[in-house]
Design a binder for this molecule. Structure first.
Ligand code: ZN
Length: 107
């Protein structure tokens, strides 16, 4: 039984580590992408800000609707630090668009 729990903890640790690697990889990919308007790279600060804003929006939406299971759009709204235009980065698809997939947070 002790071995089972040891293996379970190891698997959970691996999955948690894999999720963190995916997040870091998405931040890196977005930071290297170029703004479609001015063609400057977004950079790490804009990518981190986009992810942070997404998490805050999801938390706020979930808090205001605690009875709902919300399926959030899987994209970060990123603001170009040079021209301030808005892009939408699909962090699971690595696709950058100038229009949101479904509207604000999938509404
Ligand atoms: Zn730009």
């Amino acid at each position: 039984m002790l071995i089972f729990y040891g293996v379970l903890i190891a698997v959970l640790a691996l999955l948690s580590g894999a999720a963190k690697v995916d997040i870091i990889r998405s931040i890196l990919k977005l930071s290297l992408l170029h703004c479609p308007v001015c063609e400057n790279a977004y950079g790490r600060a804009a990518a981190l800000s986009a992810r942070k804003k997404y998490i805050a929006q999801c938390d706020a939406a979930q808090r205001s609707n605690p009875e709902c299971m919300i399926n959030f759009t899987r994209e970060w709204e990123v603001r170009c630090p040079v021209c301030a235009s808005t892009g939408y980065y699909g962090f699971e698809t690595n696709v950058l668009t100038v229009q949101p997939l479904l509207g604000p947070l999938g509404e």
